[in-house]
Design a protein around this ligand. Structure first.
Ligand code: PEP
Ligand code: MG
Length: 324
């Protein structure tokens, strides 16, 4: 299967109309990094940092984390790596944390909420990232931002840690980009200032979709009930694209749907220009993008939206199979 796509590795993900999409990979382990070269990914669009916290029996030490992050950056050989700060709680529980008895963990004390309320671990993680990226570029993004001030406070924490590291005489990153994951519907309609403040935004589609449709991503009974190509969800994505374009803020999509070829071409048609996915999905997604006229697909999507259809999938499938 992978062999089939090998010849595409160094080719751009460019549609028949000339629209280019950048394909990045998701990672979370050192062992994932060789895929960066093998898959031809443009970079790591999402590095989940939970595993280094989940596989040990106490909070990792700053020096050990810094060494790990530095090795990740070394292995990326100058390609961009977006580190997401610790996203714990809900489905990701640390063995050495007091278990929380929450009625709705997915809506509970998790991710950035923990990071802001008990900032010790997040500060330490930011210090480790800053040290690992000494003299090179650092991209850090915060998960599960639900209102503007949470992003502002997290961003200020990065700036404070940069200042502290500078005062301590450490070499700083050459450039630091601070982004937000967009995972709650509230941020789609946030003040435009949020979009201006973020250096980049990445749609966490797994969470965004679960909250948008009120359907638990962990619950087999409901998790596949709502089509990603449902018109309501596409309208939501389009609003994010419009907001990001107005603020000139780069936008990516890093949830699982980005790795599904049909969903991926539809996101591209709506104007999402960066997609981040598991490495094995890069070949199939690139293959479909390269044989699709993205502009024409956009017309098909718009027409289906106007027709009153619940999902644009039938119309999209009809167009994609017609041209085979
Ligand atoms: C997401 O929610 O889409 C995402 C990429 O983050 P995670 O799956 O780790 O919650
Ligand atoms: Mg998420």
């Amino acid at each position: 299967q992978q062999e089939r796509y090998r010849s595409l590795r160094d080719k751009p993900a460019m549609g028949l109309c000339g629209t280019e999409v950048k394909l990045h990979m998701n990672a979370g382990l050192m062992a994932d990094l060789p895929s960066l070269e093998n898959s031809g990914a443009a970079g790591v669009g999402l590095f989940r940092t939970e595993l280094q916290f989940l596989t040990v029996d106490r909070v990792p030490r700053r020096g050990d984390l810094a060494a790990t992050y530095a090795r990740v950056l070394d292995a990326a050989k100058g390609k961009r790596v977006v580190f997401r700060t610790l996203d714990i709680g809900s489905d990701k529980v640390l063995p050495y944390m007091n278990p929380l008895d929450e009625p709705n963990p997915a809506l509970g004390w998790r991710a950035i909420r923990v990071g802001l309320d008990k900032p010790g671990v997040m500060r330490m993680q930011l210090q480790a990232l800053i040290r690992a990226a000494a003299g090179r570029d650092l991209s850090v993004m915060f998960p599960f931002i639900a209102q503007t001030d949470e992003f502002r406070d997290a961003r200020e924490m990065v700036l404070a840690e940069l200042e502290r590291e500078r005062a301590l005489g450490h070499i700083l990153p050459e450039k630091t980009e601070i982004g937000a994951m967009l995972e709650t519907p509230s941020m789609v309609f946030a003040p435009q200032h949020f979009y201006e403040m973020a250096d980049f935004i990445s749609i966490g589609g797994n969470d965004l979709k679960q909250f948008f449709f009120a359907a638990d991503r962990e619950n087999e009974r409901v998790r596949r009930r709502y089509d990603t190509l449902n018109v309501s969800f596409l309208n939501l994505i389009e609003e994010i694209v419009t907001r990001c374009d107005a603020a000139r803020t780069p936008l990516s999509f890093c949830g699982e749907d980005a790795g599904r070829p049909i969903e991926a071409v539809c996101f591209a048609a709506l104007g999402v220009r960066h997609l981040s996915m598991r490495p094995a999905s890069i070949g199939p997604v690139k293959h479909l993008i390269r044989r699709t006229n993205i502009l024409e697909l956009r017309d098909v999507i718009d027409e289906a939206r106007l027709s009153g259809a619940q999902s644009v999938r039938p119309a999209v499938l009809e167009m994609l199979t017609r041209r085979k």
